[in-house]
Design a protein around this ligand. Structure first.
Ligand code: MOS
Length: 739
């Protein structure tokens, strides 16, 4: 039997998704469900001075209007295991707790009515007056309040060598500032929660990347045992990090259901998605690179100023990639948080790395230009032999290979280096490249695997599948471990009552959960052999020989014709076989585990109106073993498209006068459509990383977006000679540069 791992199997929930049978949170048909619509603040800082709900309360179908004045005060017990998805400093925003306004589109009231239309109509009749406060509404005005993060390893000040002196002694220098704007995730499925109380027990149908986090959050909110709360999130229409935390609309839905004594559905509008479900924080950076004439980089100083809210200190790994990407003896990174009147930012695909690498990889291109050196060559000569930060050997570092293979696949050698030297008719052609990296993360996770009496296999874990194909990859791992066809495996995920798992986040779930599934499968393989040997009716009864499993059979390893099918063997038994395994990464790391990739971009720029059309992106990734080339391809393409959006389209605009998000909708917050997307050619290197875990696979969900924006920016420079250092690269910015 050939292994299922490595095969391009179509995602097993794919048919249910395209047939509309895969239910998203808001789609559960709950008898008697009523609808909640939040009222959103129109100011970003200050207090509610008056709130008039009389007209709303008297509107048809309205069951209740909740505000900070009448909402029951919930216990919100302190959580001992602060969730890894939450900032470690500060207190989360609790809705309807006080008259304070911290950010634009904050929940200030909740209308519950029999129908959605009645709730929406009544919500429009809630009258709120505000007493505005000055607040920190713009990045510039907030900058004086910038400070180093209170804690956090990744964002702590870092230095090695003597960066200032080494920089000053360099012969070729780059000193530039780069900006990544606020971006919102904008998954097509908006966040939604249906809350159903049954006595003192609560069920939440929620959009969540971490159901057991929501479970604990809801239990502590009401002061009830964890076991009284069940959270389900089996399918998701895109998460990208926006569903990692337990956001306050969950509180509102659960509270409203308690108050009105009926199941409540709260489905956020697209506009409300710009309020309290996170965003990529605006980050301003300064990068200094100092090199000698040969291109050897002696000094790097990378500083970041990143926005956070006034009530929590969100930080991300913006500068981690800089510390390990190149062999630089003198290097410092400095992170500062900039508290503003915004809701707390959160992780958004490739969080931190994608931001920092836009700056670093653009600066590298600027250095290559100054050195008059090919940008691939510059990177090759600064390749570190070990991780320069941890001093650990690399597990598998395939950056050089990704660049070499990528350059070959792309046809980089036809690039003529001079700016504007490549043409296609009247269009300027730009060719650019950049690198990417992402940590190979692994967390504890548990799985239960069953061999059922019909010979099928069931895999269970509370881990979620937000789209990468976890249902499919876990089926592949279990099929190989137990010895059955992948079609015989059913996977159940994202139910809080199933064995504990960390979130699907940080590209870590496969590496975290697969060892538990594999080990449980192997235990079942042994149990099957023992069962056969002990069963008088089995042709394998009493055999001293070594037994194996495969193709749905238990067989004698030395004589595979002597076999019994698992289905027949289990059919005589009255109960399924079961194994439950928790797997954790082992102790102190011995190797530095990261994925690497390289992007090569070709685009055209119209020299009259500066319209940019990306024509082709060739990306090559080293992520360890590829478990499923088909779902991996879809992850790569998704990440690369995200990179195109980041480079050319995405930015949340904020009104400097009042902190209002001005484009809180999909008409004005631009994301790529099909016509924006060129030929995408991702490929994975053939490799295995034995240090991440037994399957040898590092995560691949986030790496493909890291570096894309820099590669596009570098190609725009190659075409035009203009460097746009503030994303997105829009034609108005190019036109401004060219008068
Ligand atoms: Mo990812 S940004 O950890 O969902």
């Amino acid at each position: 039997m050939s292994p299922a791992v490595g095969k391009p199997i179509a995602r097993i929930e794919g048919r249910a998704k395209v047939m509309g049978r895969a239910r998203f949170a808001a789609e559960y048909p709950i008898r008697g469900v009523v609808h909640a619509v939040p009222v959103l603040s129109t100011v970003s800082s200050g207090r509610i001075s008056a709130i008039d709900t009389a007209e709303a309360q008297a509107s048809p179908g309205v069951l209740k209007v909740l505000t900070h004045l009448n909402a029951p005060k919930l216990p919100y017990l302190q959580r001992k295991d602060k969730p890894v998805t939450d900032p470690s400093v500060g207190e989360p925003f609790r809705p309807l707790r006080s008259d304070m306004i911290f950010f634009d589109r904050q929940y200030v009231a909740l209308v519950v009515a029999t129908t959605l239309e009645q709730a929406e109509a009544a919500a429009a009749k809630v009258r709120v007056s505000y007493q505005r406060a000055r607040g920190s509404l713009t990045f510039d005005s907030a900058l004086p309040g910038a400070h180093q993060p209170t804690e956090g390893k990744a964002s702590a000040p870092y230095r090695r060598g003597v960066p200032e002196a080494a920089y000053a002694a360099s012969t070729v220098m780059v000193d530039q500032r780069y900006v990544v704007p606020t971006e919102h995730h904008n998954p097509l499925e908006t966040h939604a929660t249906i809350a159903v109380w049954n006595g003192n027990k609560l069920t939440l149908y929620d959009k969540s990347q971490w159901v057991q986090n929501v479970q604990r959050h809801a239990a502590l909110m009401f002061g009830i045992p964890y076991a009284n709360v069940r959270v389900l999130s089996p399918f998701m229409g895109g998460g990208f990090g926006s569903a990692l935390r337990a956001w306050p609309h969950i509180d509102l839905a659960a509270l409203a259901a308690k108050v009105v004594g009926k199941p409540v559905k709260l489905s956020l509008s697209r506009e409300a998605m710009y309020g309290t479900v996170g965003f990529r924080p605006e980050t301003r950076m300064r990068v200094r690179l100092g090199a000698d004439r040969s291109g050897k980089i002696g000094a790097v100083m990378h500083e970041a100023w990143a926005q956070t809210s006034t009530y929590e200190e969100f930080t991300e790994n913006t500068l981690g990639a800089t510390r390990l990407m190149y062999d630089v003896p003198n290097l410092s990174t400095t992170y500062r948080v900039v508290p503003m009147n915004v809701s707390t930012p959160t992780y958004m695909r490739g969080p931190g790395e994608v931001t920092g690498m836009f700056a670093l990889e653009t600066a590298m291109d600027e250095l290559a230009v100054k050195l008059n050196m090919d940008p691939v060559q510059l990177r090759l000569i600064n390749e570190p032999s070990i991780d320069p930060e941890s001093k650990l050997p690399w597990s598998v570092r395939s950056y050089i290979q990704a660049m070499r293979v990528g350059a070959e696949r792309f046809g980089w050698s036809r690039r003529t280096p001079a700016v504007g030297s490549m043409r296609d008719g009247g269009l300027r052609i730009g060719l650019g490249m950049a690198g990417g990296t992402y940590p190979g993360n692994r967390n504890p996770a548990s799985a239960r695997v069953l061999v059922n009496i019909d010979g099928t296999v069931t895999v269970q874990s509370a881990g979620t599948d937000i789209g990468p194909g976890t249902y499919t990859s876990m089926a592949q791992v279990a099929a190989d471990a137990v010895g059955v066809d992948v079609g015989q495996v059913k996977v159940e995920l994202a139910d809080s009552k199933l064995p504990y798992s960390f979130p699907q986040g940080g590209s870590a779930l496969f590496a975290s959960l697969s060892p538990a599934v594999q080990e449980a499968g192997r235990q079942l393989r042994r149990q099957l052999a023992e069962l056969a040997v002990a069963d008088r009716q089995s042709p394998l009864f009493g055999l001293p020989a070594a037994l194996g499993t495969g193709d749905g059979q238990v067989f004698v390893t030395a004589d595979p014709a002597r076999a019994e099918s698992i289905r027949v063997l289990l059919g005589r038994s009255l109960q399924p076989l079961e194994a439950r395994v928790t797997s954790s990464p082992s102790g102190k790391p011995t190797h530095s585990i990261h994925s690497f990739g390289a992007h090569f971009v070709e685009l055209s720029v119209d020299p009259d109106v500066y319209e940019i059309r990306v024509r082709r992106i060739v990306s090559t990734f080293g992520v360890g073993r590829v478990i499923n080339p088909r779902t991996a391809h879809s992850q790569a393409v998704g990440g690369m498209i995200g990179g195109v959006g980041m480079a050319l389209l995405e930015h949340t605009d904020t009104d400097p006068r009042n902190g209002r998000r001005m484009n809180a909708n999909l008409a004005e917050y631009l994301i790529p459509v099909h016509a924006d997307i060129p030929v995408l050619e991702p490929a994975y290197l053939d490799e295995v990383d034995p240090f991440i875990g037994p399957l040898g696979a590092k995560g691949l969900g986030e790496l493909p977006i890291v570096g894309v924006a820099a590669a596009i920016s570098n190609a725009v420079y190659h075409a035009t000679g203009t460097r746009i250092r503030e994303l997105p690269i829009t034609l108005d910015k190019l036109l401004q540069e060219h008068g």
